[in-house]
Design a protein. Structure first.
Length: 170
């Protein structure tokens, strides 16, 4: 999933966590795209239905024989598409509710794995940090031991003890 040069620098726990996160994001994106496609289809269907209904209403109004028939048809068609709009609203509500359910399902499926891999990565970081801290402490101890083994020296490279002996001899 990752390029080889990048892949070799990742710890197994980090790689596992990144893959879990990527799988979660991919699945969530898929659900969003599916929902967007369904909404687009719903919008398109509403537009087609409204155009068809308005076209039919216009044809009927144009074919009216007298003013009375025209007024009667116009009164009956004051809100063309009212049923279509109510149906659209209901379908849109169902679509959004179903999308919410699908997103929650996706989260419920992927979040436990993402949490597990995050905990494993955190444990690995803590372990490696403790190891590195121990190594640094050991290096400091060794450096201090080397410094003490050589004895304290003054600026001229002489031991302080030798300097005291020469002071006492005077």
């Amino acid at each position: 999933m990752f390029p080889n040069s990048f892949n070799s620098s990742l710890s197994p726990a980090l790689k596992s966590h990144l893959e879990a996160q990527l799988n979660f994001a991919t699945e969530l994106s898929r659900k969003m795209v599916d929902t967007a496609q369904q909404m687009s289809a719903l919008h398109l269907r509403l537009a087609q239905d409204l155009l068809q209904e308005w076209s039919s209403a216009s044809q009927q109004l144009l074919c009216a024989r007298d003013t009375g028939e025209l007024m009667s048809l116009a009164a009956g068609r004051m809100l063309p598409g009212g049923d279509k709009l109510r149906q659209y609203q209901q379908q849109l509500g169902n679509l959004v509710a179903n999308a919410n359910v699908e997103m929650n399902r996706t989260a419920e499926t992927h979040l436990p794995e993402a949490s597990r891999t995050a905990a494993a990565f955190a444990d690995e970081v803590v372990r490696k940090t403790a190891e590195e801290t121990e190594k640094a402490t050991q290096r400091q101890r060794e450096l201090i031991e080397k410094m003490h083994a050589g004895g304290p020296r003054d600026g001229a490279g002489r031991s302080h003890d030798t300097g005291r002996q020469s002071d006492q001899a005077r």
